[in-house]
Design a protein around this ligand. Structure first.
Ligand SMILES: Cc1cc2nc3c(=O)[nH]c(=O)nc-3n(C[C@H](O)[C@H](O)[C@H](O)COP(=O)(O)OP(=O)(O)OC[C@H]3O[C@@H](n4cnc5c(N)ncnc54)[C@H](O)[C@@H]3O)c2cc1C
Length: 286
């Protein structure tokens, strides 16, 4: 039984199902934080150019998996200032991250972006899903708000930020927003903020110790637009905003819990790491 139908739960459920396992997904709705409209798949992160841990493995796993379901748009341009390029080059040295230096900056050939809604829908197709609110876990059983109980041989918790209280693993919660732009950015660009598809996103709000629902604040829109002005040279027009909460468990996205495993806490890199860690889960459950 997989609790959660976001990108973590659906990658796990899909892989288990396709390997011939009998899987039941229990979830309140199709994705929550995973409904961020477009997801960047970026191995070189932040303004310091930190190469994500296990980036090579994560890129291999995501390119093996996502294109079976939806198009993945290849390439992310990081317009790194000239003064910082030597430091970025040093960080990339010895890593197997395909890239080229262009006059505009670093072009990451195997990075990319995808539209999330069609992916979540395609991953869910044909899976056995019980749409229900879980109020408590006990070993490999879940208690439902409707009063029932569902038991399985093994549980995979993938309840994300809003379900984190069910397992009590600690971690950090970071609210954030994405502006939906009129313009379509086929070429993803990221430095400070990012544009990809019809999304303008970024992260600057402080972490919290608990998950509370988030709504886009006027100062967030202003922060994103001024970041876009530095990235693109202009402020793109936007039509609406999307708000969500990231959940981060540092460097430990797959762990044993009573009754099974927790696959969660990917922070801003859920779409980047989920296929790699769901594959590892599959081997554990084997
Ligand atoms: C502003 C912003 C921008 C982001 N940008 C990116 C990006 O560019 N690239 C990227 O990879 N990631 C990005 N992320 C992060 C990413 O969207 C999330 O971290 C990720 O999608 C979380 O996936 P998940 O499957 O762990 O959880 P979720 O998508 O939150 O799914 C949780 C699932 O568990 C279910 N659930 C929870 N509680 C219960 C319960 N009590 N009973 C029943 N079901 C329950 C929910 O209904 C849902 O199905 C961004 C996040 C934010 C906020």
């Amino acid at each position: 039984m997989v609790v959660g139908a976001g990108i973590a739960g659906l990658c796990a459920a899909r892989m288990l199902h396709d390997a011939g396992k009998e899987v039941l997904v229990v979830a309140r709705e199709l994705g929550e934080a995973s409904r961020v409209p477009d997801a960047l798949l970026n191995p070189v992160r932040g303004k310091r150019g930190a190469v994500a841990p296990e980036a090579e493995e994560a890129l291999g796993a995501l390119w093996d998996f996502y294109p079976r379901f939806v198009p993945v748009h290849r390439g992310v341009l990081r317009p790194v200032p000239e003064a910082d390029r030597e430091a970025w080059k040093a960080r990339l040295e010895g890593r197997r991250i395909p890239h080229r230096w262009l006059p505009e900056g670093l072009y990451l050939e195997n990075a990319g972006w995808l539209q999330t809604a069609p992916l979540l829908q395609r991953l869910a197709e044909g899976l056995d899903i019980l749409w229900a609110e879980v109020v408590r876990l006990e070993g490999a059983s879940v208690y439902l708000a409707s009063g029932g109980r569902v038991s399985a041989r093994r549980l995979v918790f993938a309840g994300g930020a809003s379900g984190a209280h069910l397992v009590g693993l600690g971690g950090r919660f970071t609210p954030g927003s994405v502006l939906q732009t009129q313009e379509h950015f086929q070429q993803a660009r990221s430095y400070g903020v990012y544009v990809a598809g019809r999304s303008l996103g970024g992260s600057y709000l402080p972490h919290q110790n608990t998950c509370s629902p988030h709504q886009t604040q006027p100062h967030e829109a202003e922060w994103l637009l001024s970041g876009a002005e530095r990235l693109l040279g202009y402020r793109p027009a936007y039509t609406s905003s999307w708000a969500g909460v990231r959940y981060r468990l540092d460097g430990c996205y797959l762990r044993e819990i009573p009754g099974g495993y927790a696959l969660t806490g990917f922070g801003s890199a859920a779409y980047f790491y989920a296929p790699l860690y769901a594959g590892r889960l599959l081997r554990l459950v084997g």
